[in-house]
Ligand binder design. Structure first.
Ligand code: ATP
Ligand code: MG
Length: 293
């Protein structure tokens, strides 16, 4: 579908800095090797009638790349992520992550859902530390790492609070921190910011870009927001149809780090038009190019 690694650039500083901590530092990943490979994937939910969700989807995500998937409701975006994450079993076609065929959930793959899914009886710190507890790590190590991760997502001060005491945005930060706990090579994000207000969401996009750059994690992000996809992604894949197929791939050749204010308006509006056309949405003549972000 494409050659690997050509768009994965991680250079320069960022508008909102994520603190770098020793525990998160690691050597650069090999950007030539594909982190995610999907070949001729089809999926139908069994039932009466059966519900076809995906048809002949092929894609590759290079190590260190951030790829966004956008598409109308019901085009199979969540199904695709669940198949890549091993939450659903691929029966037709192939799915591999980090060089291994996917058969079940893999500790090397972190998953963030639309709703944070934190355990209500645990503190935020204990929630973030939970995967480390399941992995049998000793208490001081997991508490220290959970604290570092909360700092990384900008929620250092809420470790002692329970989920119901947090705002929706902070809960989602904690969910991202938890997904990073086992230092996954891949992060699958299924509309992680859709419940947030527009301003909070924009700030989160900057934070996510910063986390991505500092951890060098490969990210596959499902979103309904064209501006969000363009701001974050190296490439945008457009899913359309029922069952869903990849109908267009739009490379986003904007320099990094990207800021919300400083965007090449022409490039952004061209990319937005291509994505909108592939989605089958009418163009928006009332919106000046600079307002796309
Ligand atoms: N557990 C399920 N059982 C049966 N059908 C399902 C199930 N989950 C999803 N589907 C169907 O599969 C298709 C794709 O669903 P999916 O949730 O992957 O779409 P999506 O692109 O994530 O949609 P949305 O934008 O609303 O989140 C839809 O027709 C949906 O009704
Ligand atoms: Mg979905």
């Amino acid at each position: 579908m494409r050659s690997f690694g050509t768009n994965a650039t991680h250079t320069g500083g960022s508008a909102i800095k994520a603190p770098r901590t020793a525990v998160l530092a690691r050597p650069a990943r090999d950007r030539r090797a594909p982190a995610i490979e999907v070949r001729h994937l089809a999926f139908t939910y069994p039932g009466d009638p059966p519900r076809p969700a995906l048809d002949d989807v092929s894609l590759e995500v290079a190590s260190g790349e951030l790829v966004a998937v956008i598409g109308a409701n019901g085009t199979g975006k969540s199904t695709l992520l669940k198949l890549v994450g091993g939450l659903l079993e691929a029966r037709s076609g192939e799915v591999a992550v980090l060089g291994r065929a996917v058969r079940e959930p893999d500790a090397r793959v972190g998953f963030v859902f639309q709703e944070p899914r934190l355990l209500p009886w645990r503190t935020t710190l204990e929630n973030v530390a939970f995967p480390l507890e399941l992995a049998g790590r000793p208490r001081p190590e997991r508490d220290g790492r959970a604290r570092d991760l909360l700092a990384l997502v900008g929620a250092a001060d809420v470790g002692g609070l329970r989920p119901h005491q947090l705002s929706g945005g902070t809960r989602q930060r904690a969910a991202i921190a938890r997904a990073l706990a086992l230092d996954p090579g891949i992060l699958l994000l299924d509309e992680p910011f859709s419940a947030l207000d527009a301003l909070t969401r924009e700030r989160f996009n900057v934070v996510l870009q910063s986390i991505w750059r500092s951890t060098q994690t490969t990210i596959l992000l499902v979103t309904h927001s064209i501006p969000e996809a363009i701001f974050l992604a190296d490439r945008v894949l457009v899913l359309a149809g029922r069952p869903g197929r990849v109908v267009t791939e739009v490379p986003i050749r904007l320099p990094r780090p990207r800021t919300l204010a400083d965007q090449d308006a022409t490039m952004v509006s061209e990319a937005a038009s291509r994505i909108r056309a592939a989605l089958g949405a009418p163009p928006d003549p009332a919106r000046p190019a600079g307002e796309v972000m």
